[in-house]
Design a protein around this ligand. Sequence first.
Ligand code: ADP
Length: 360
Amino acid sequence: SVSRRGFRSNFVPPIKSNGNNAGNMSARNAGKCDDSLDDSTRKCLEILCGPDGELPEKLRNLEPRLIEHVSNEIMDKDPNVRWDDIAGLEHAKKCIDEMVIYPLQRPDIFMGCRAPGRGLLLFGPPGTGKTMIGKAIAGEAKATFFYISASSLTSKWIGEGEKLVRALFGVASCRQPAVIFVDEIDSLLSQRKSDGEHESSRRLKTQFLIEMEGFDSGSEQILLIGATNRPQELDEAARRRLTKRLYIPLPSSEARAWIVRNLLQKDGLFNLSNEEMDIICILTEGYSGSDMKNLVKDASMGPLREALRQGIEITKLKKEDMRGVTLQDFESSLREVRPSVSPNELGTYDQWNKQFGSLS
Ligand code: ADP
């Protein structure tokens, strides 16, 4: 057997605490408190301890600082996005309800033949709401949300990515139901380069696939969502594990209108006629959701810029005198805010969707 430095050897939950199971822990561990961990690390480990005051098996051999990083930076305790915040994508939402949300809510019904896949791929151009969908899934299913960008594993966590991945899956399994969202998953699970991958990135990839295999076969309530703008870079092993693959396309005309209306209404700035909205929709063909947001932001500056051009000082400007946002504001912003996705790129997504997508 492998001899690893046991986690318990350098961590003992604190003696003083008001938590529910704290009495239990402090009694067990009285006098054994380890001073080498600072308070925040200790607190974070304490939350993950079971009623017996012990850390779950999966976390015992991991470095406390990695567990702390996962708990504080990667875990989002309150992802406050709901389906209603996301424009369009009705078909994707319906599929996701059935594929992941209902199973997370009713594991007792979704077993056996109905057992859901544990891997979901969201692919499509950038800025179309993939991250929002991940958060909404966690929000709707009341699951803990973990967000990590795969490129940070290879760049920021050089040589440690593998350990961080173990900590990530370990903490997620203590926080079920859980949704792990891996952005830019292509940079982690890309096809092997012919001239040989870097050893550490190969190990990272292997570790990741092992972790996925682990919860796929078990009864754990963990969903892995990978997001990518470059699905064609994923290799066969990655595709196989991400059993559902949903194309998240650019927003339709209706969805673009919804984004404009929603953002302006939130600030009480909406004052456009249906005809003007129709024109904005025609002029924004090819814009992503995120482009639309930038456009609205810029257009909403229109009234302010005009007032300043007229020589009104910003300190003297009265909010109630400012005019609403007009079609002309949008027209001039359209010259500044250009679509970020090129039409050729869209062809690639369509093609990949036809070949590997779940809804083609
Ligand atoms: P992706 O993960 O696909 O790159 P995000 O989900 O991060 O895109 O979206 C970026 C921003 O663009 C969001 O915070 C939101 O403001 C806006 N956005 C994108 N798609 C939509 C959508 N379908 N509905 C509403 N807002 C959207």
